[in-house]
Design a protein around this ligand. Structure first.
Ligand code: TRP
Length: 332
């Protein structure tokens, strides 16, 4: 049997943090061992909110270098920029004609903007550009262009996948042909929420993130800033309600977790010690990847070459899909 196709898009929005690594990068790379995988950098998606050309360029390289340093093998995974596959935008135009405006009105991202505007007493569509409004159509094109079976995404993106299903069905129904594969969202239930330095979910909007490739000194500093309670050294401590331990679990083996939990419960271990343990574990996992990341960031022409190769492969598949569609539509 042919392997199923897994595809996911990565928005270039700055240096990934520990939460991104465990929540998205690591699980996606694990999936890529068993599926035909296509991972791409959704650069045109960023344009809706990011209009600084230097910054956009920087983010694209950062995110590419990050995934490569974390173990993405471009020989096994098709790795490309959305902008490098212009067929995406032709497909967007095609499926626009099968995407109802009502569907877009219901999109969470757009609705959230409207709600925010109302709260502030602004008109509904204040600061809403058409790129944001039609974001789900572009995302559907990303997915439908490659006969995608599965899309690993966070819960917040499930609605977008459902929209891609609706759009695919509308088009297939009209031409009475299975032209577009119906994609399914793949939401991993067990990805625990990764806590940030203040105990809340690690998120840029809470300003509590630990950048995955923070230089060693900065990493140590950030670990030392993790909020703990005010128990003193002698007191027995509860590992399960402690952010330091919660983060430690991500990096340590079962045995190591058990050992540290026992030291917590026994008392006599201060927060400084726990943080030092966490730092050592984090750093030993991250260090080789950080070095690779820095190497790659110092050789952007190499990143460029890898992405171009991925784009050439992706375009071949994409061009074939567009050919089929044009024929079906009557524009060929
Ligand atoms: N919208 C996704 C996000 O914000 C990124 C994305 C763009 C994507 N196109 C995609 C994800 C296609 C999966 C499939 O994270």
């Amino acid at each position: 049997m042919e392997k199923k196709v897994v595809l996911t898009g990565i928005k270039p929005t700055g240096v990934p943090h520990v939460g991104n690594y465990f929540g998205a990068i690591k699980p996606a790379l694990e999936l890529s061992r068993n599926y035909e995988s296509r991972f791409f950098i959704a650069d045109y998606h960023s344009l809706n909110s990011l209009k600084d050309p230097e910054l956009l360029k920087q983010y694209v390289y950062e995110v590419a270098a990050c995934w490569l340093a974390c173990g993405l093998d471009p020989q096994k995974v098709m790795f490309y920029r959305q902008s490098g596959v212009p067929e995406t935008f032709e497909l967007t135009t095609i499926i626009m004609a099968f995407s109802s405006k009502g569907l877009m009105n219901r999109a969470h991202a757009y609705k959230a903007m409207v709600d925010k505007n109302r709260e502030k007493g602004k008109p509904d569509d204040h600061n809403v550009n058409m790129g944001l409004f039609t974001y789900p159509v572009l995302m559907a094109a990303d997915i439908l262009l490659f006969d995608t079976d599965l899309v690993p995404v966070g819960k917040d993106q499930v609605q977008h996948i459902e929209m891609a299903q609706d759009i695919a069905e509308a088009l297939n129904h009209n031409y009475k042909t299975q032209l577009l594969q119906r994609p399914e969202a793949m939401v991993s239930e067990n990805t625990q929420t990764i806590v940030g330095m203040d105990g809340r979910k690690m998120s840029k909007s809470y300003n509590n993130t630990i950048p995955f490739f923070a230089p060693e000194k900065q990493l140590k500093k950030l670990v030392n800033k993790i909020v703990t309670n005010s128990q003193d050294i002698e007191e027995p401590k509860d590992p399960d309600s402690c952010s330091v331990f919660t983060l430690y679990k991500l990096f340590a083996t079962q045995d190591e977790q058990q050992a540290l939990a026992e030291r917590y419960r026994a008392g006599g271990m201060g927060w400084g010690h726990a943080k030092a343990e966490l730092f050592e574990k984090m750093n030993s996992l991250i260090k080789p990847m950080r070095e690779r990341y820095e190497e790659l960031m110092n050789d952007k022409s190499y990143i460029e070459k890898l992405l171009k190769e991925g784009e050439a492969k992706a375009r071949e598949l994409a061009a074939e899909k567009i050919r089929q569609l044009r024929k079906a539509i009557g524009i060929d």
